[in-house]
Design a protein around this ligand. Structure first.
Ligand SMILES: [Zn+2]
Length: 412
């Protein structure tokens, strides 16, 4: 039976969320956590965007030295030859790409203003795929933007052309969150059967169905005989109403009535990292996790009504579908209630030594301590909030890579 994989797009689609953003160090920590969690791929950024170059190269270096292994790091760009060339110029070590172009009549006429016809769209995509192959890309996903508003015949033609020219995956983008579980199941199944290519489902929550649609779409791909790749973001961050939440989608695929025990995951997921990764995303984006968020919300395992409390005390399975420990919850967390010394962009050496000392990191060499402190200051300039322990530990462990992450040189 085909398998289900997860491709997290927080560092690409999540950071497109209006009014919000992530520092390059925060994006890196997210890649590290996704890797620890067993996520197949992180769409880690925009290789054609100049200020991403140093971050992307630095993360590819982390992959080369085994820190970001086995997760696959993929860049996202428009399916345009010049963009593919720019990506390789800015990020020479990039090897996995997702190439995107709009396919719906609405977008072709509304965005390209009648200057492009369907044949032109297919041709642009083919040229971009060929350019990516020629420059050494190892895996290519071709994205149909606004696929849910695209005629089925054209989608089949487009995806078939992508496959014929060497794309490994086809991304079905429900860009506006227009699908429902029934339509996406049918559409993705038809595509899988007619094109014979693994399918990524990329769902948005404008109608509140991003997770449901992702699961239904994945089932469509598998029933059509193909592997399914589900696109997710941490805490469902993303444009407008957001994307499918990673933790909720994993829970849906592994715990729901029709899925539990029936479908195979391409990689073993360590759900125990759910609590940590969700909390970090919330801190990094500055957006609280809703109390009723599946699995990781404050109320996900809270019971107050008499009947429920009595039932769960007798046997948690009376009112809980899954155990809190499975999500990495239940461990005590240390919260500072008194004096606090935290990192900052204007921090000094004694405060820094104090913070690092609490994590049992000491520096015999004061030049080394000064160098790490300087990097921590720069990281604070970018994040505009105190760094968490894992960020400080990362900088102390990989100062040379941290230096690259923190390099934001504007063009001359
Ligand atoms: Zn999207």
């Amino acid at each position: 039976m085909p398998k289900i994989y997860f491709i997290d797009v927080t560092n690409r689609d999540g950071v497109q969320t209006a009014n919000l953003g992530l520092s390059k160090l925060e994006k890196t920590i997210i890649n590290i956590y996704l890797n620890e969690m067993g996520i197949f791929q992180s769409e880690f950024g925009f290789p054609t965007t100049r200020h991403e170059s140093a971050y992307l190269q630095a993360n590819l270096e982390l992959a080369a030295i085994g820190v970001l292994q086995p997760i696959r790091l993929s860049g996202w760009l428009r399916a345009i030859v010049s963009d593919v060339e720019t990506a390789f110029r800015f990020v020479p070590d990039i090897r996995h790409l997702n190439l995107s172009i709009s396919t719906s009549a609405q977008m072709i006429s509304g965005k390209f203003r009648e200057e492009k016809k369907r044949e032109d769209i297919v041709e642009m995509m083919i040229d971009a795929v060929e350019a990516a192959k020629a420059l050494g890309t190892e895996s290519i996903g071709v994205n149909a933007e606004d696929a849910s508003r695209t005629d089925m015949d054209f989608l089949i033609e487009f995806a078939s052309a992508a496959k014929e020219h060497g794309a490994q995956r086809f991304r079905y983008c429900d860009t506006l969150g227009y699908d429902d579980p029934f339509t996406i199941y049918e559409t993705v199944k038809t595509l899988a059967e007619n094109v014979g290519i693994p399918i990524e489902v990329h769902c948005h929550g404008d109608l509140g169905m991003a997770v449901a649609n992702s699961v239904a779409g994945a089932k469509g791909a598998i029933d059509g005989g193909q592997d399914a790749y589900i696109n997710t973001t941490l805490n469902g961050m993303g444009e407008r109403a957001g994307n499918a939440d990673l933790v909720a989608t994993i829970l849906a695929v592994t715990k729901s009535k029709g899925f539990a025990g029936r479908y195979r995951l391409g990689k073993r997921i360590n759900l125990k990292k759910a609590w940590k990764i969700s909390k970090f995303a919330s801190y990094a984006f500055g957006v609280p996790v809703p109390i009723n968020q599946p699995g990781v919300g404050a109320n996900a395992f809270a019971h107050s009504s008499g009947i429920h409390a009595d039932g769960v005390l007798k046997d948690p399975e009376n009112y809980e579908l899954y155990d809190l420990a499975e999500l990495g919850r239940g461990e005590p967390e240390f919260v500072e209630t008194g004096r606090e010394i935290c990192s900052g962009e204007y921090g000094g050496i004694s405060g820094f030594r104090h913070i690092m000392g609490k994590m049992a990191i000491t520096f015999d060499d004061s030049a080394k301590a000064g160098e790490i402190l300087e990097l921590v200051r720069y990281a604070n300039v970018e994040a505009q909030k105190p760094l968490i322990e894992d960020e400080l530990l990362f900088i102390a462990a990989y100062p040379q890579i941290a230096k690259k992450l923190l390099t934001l040189s504007p063009l001359e």
